[in-house]
Design a protein around this ligand. Structure first.
Ligand code: CP
Length: 318
């Protein structure tokens, strides 16, 4: 595996899940693969889970890890070609990326949507430069449009907790004070559309996700109706994809917060969220603290999703 940015990069999804469960049972069994190999984790944005789970996954595989927080201690990076660099940016990404590639075998990149230019975001301008110029396998640790390590961990978690062959999985929008990227819901839809689940997306009008991620999923604008009979509720805020309101907060309707009344409409559903979560905006205290909340095992599976990707990338080196 040379690139991991979306579900298609995994190939056969059932085979990927099988591999993930084998790793989970024997997470130190592949230590020889990473001996004397180095992964570089490049963060343009903050992280708790991705940073820690990626380092842990690398350690399980016997790898060394270098973490670079681009905005803390590195030269400020110019990302636009053709710019006269007479401002506060001392280094261009076009030199920085191949230099980073000299010091490692695999690179992970976190670079969120900037909401300055929709086309730049949706062409993954930063992440794709790493793929093009680093000469190393590259995995997304959340790009501008996708968060595949999260969605793979979400699918692993659904597989572990499902009690029927084809569960109903509902992705619901919920309110948030700030404009958040669409990466998590995009990837969740990307994976659920390939998984053996009944997939429903519910959100207020204007919050439609990009068609390439929604594909054939059922859209239900009435949240209560979407929740009926659900086996998994996956809550997330995102800002609009639509051109005229792209990346803006246009709705803070607190009636979309996931609470116990709504959970009672479901088939005793499990509650999921990628974290970090704003309590009593996205979800009430009682729901996230309930026995049906699986946000912690979901986060724990981030180690397994990342280890599966790193293992495949290491295998591609030899
Ligand atoms: N879910 C997730 O990616 O968490 P972090 O932003 O803390 O890495």
């Amino acid at each position: 595996m040379k690139v991991f940015t979306n579900v298609k990069d995994l190939g056969d999804l059932n085979a990927a899940l099988k591999e993930a469960f084998e790793i989970k049972k024997n997470r130190f069994g592949y230590k020889q693969l990473g001996t004397n190999k180095t992964v570089m984790l490049v963060f343009f944005n903050s992280s708790l889970r991705t940073r820690l789970s990626s380092q842990k996954a690398a350690m399980n595989l016997g790898m060394n890890t270098i973490v670079l927080d681009v905005n803390q201690g590195a030269w400020r990076l110019e990302t636009e070609r053709g710019v006269v660099m007479d401002g506060d940016k001392s280094e261009h990404l076009l030199e920085a990326i191949p230099v980073m590639g000299c010091y490692c075998d695999v690179i992970g990149v976190r670079s969120f949507a900037r909401f300055e230019n929709k086309q730049d975001d949706y062409t993954e301008k930063i992440l794709n430069q790493f793929i093009r110029y680093s000469n190393r396998p590259v995995f997304s640790m959340e790009g501008a449009t996708t968060h595949p390590l999260q969605a793979f961990a979400d699918l692993i978690t659904i597989e572990e907790y499902k009690t029927k062959a084809r569960p109903k999985v509902v992705l619901t929008w919920a309110p948030h004070p700030r404009a958040l990227p669409q990466a998590v819901p995009n990837s969740f839809a990307d994976f659920m559309n390939e998984a053996d689940v009944e997939f429903v997306i519910t959100h207020p009008e204007g919050y439609e996700l990009a068609p390439q991620f929604v594909r054939g999923a059922r859209i239900e604008y009435h949240q209560d109706k979407a929740f009926e009979g659900a086996d998994f509720i996956y809550a997330k805020n995102w800002s609009p994809f639509r051109d005229d309101i792209y990346g803006k907060v246009v709705n803070r309707d607190m009636s979309w917060t996931v609470d116990s009344r709504k959970m009672a409409l479901t088939n005793d559903a499990f509650f999921m969220h990628c974290l970090p979560v704003r309590r009593n905006m996205i979800v009430t205290d009682d729901v996230i603290e309930s026995p049906k909340s699986i946000v912690i095992p979901e986060a724990a599976n981030r180690e397994i999703s990342c280890q599966t990707i790193l293992k495949r990338m290491l295998e591609s080196l030899s």
